[in-house]
Design a protein. Structure first.
Length: 190
């Protein structure tokens, strides 16, 4: 297009359009009221093996051991649902993990939950990461898809190794324990 001189302004390729302004309004109206849990981690993805939710669940079990009033909310459906139910039961954290099923929109969760997790083994893009960041949520993500492009570790989010279960646990505990870190990451991401 530029060679043909059809357009003189710089051309930008946006892989998946996200109306970040629509999500940005959430950041200013965030409400963390939850009488049962002090802190909620959110995952919104297809329940498939490449999303590596089993690693998130195992890491979360370690977090709950140190901070019992913590919840993991998983929004989505997919072929790994029953396997994940079994893992949650075997780890004894059934009352600390909520499977919400598929939802048309996850905006309400971006407004009420404290931090977003993306633990994919590989990712084409990462739309939910962009939405969570635009909502002012701190994001912890494995280094796949756009994570390395939009998240600067300890500045706009936390990026962990793809198979770094211990690293993920440590990041979750840091975000869980530090209001200052959550606030800084969430605000820097918007």
């Amino acid at each position: 297009i530029q060679k043909a001189r059809i357009q003189t302004a710089p051309i930008r390729v946006i892989p998946i359009y996200t109306d970040v302004a629509r999500f940005g309004a959430i950041a200013s109206t965030r409400s963390y009221e939850n009488p049962e849990f002090e802190f909620v981690f959110l995952m919104a993805c297809r329940l498939a093996s490449e999303k590596h939710i089993d690693m998130a669940v195992r890491s979360f079990a370690k977090v709950v051991h140190e901070a019992p009033k913590t919840l993991l909310r998983i929004v989505g459906e997919g072929p790994e649902r029953q396997s994940l139910f079994g893992l949650v039961r075997s780890l004894g954290i059934g009352t600390r993990v909520q499977f919400e099923g598929w939802k048309e929109s996850v905006r309400e969760y971006y407004a009420t939950d404290h931090a977003f997790l993306s633990t994919s083994l590989y990712e084409g893009y990462g739309l939910a990461i962009v939405e969570a960041m635009a909502s002012g949520m701190p994001v912890i993500a494995t280094d796949t898809g756009i994570a390395g492009d939009v998240l600067r570790s300890d500045e706009t989010g936390i990026v962990t190794a793809v198979d770094g279960e211990d690293e993920l646990t440590e990041a979750m505990l840091r975000v869980r324990k530090s209001y200052e870190l959550r606030w800084r990451l969430g605000h820097a991401a918007t």
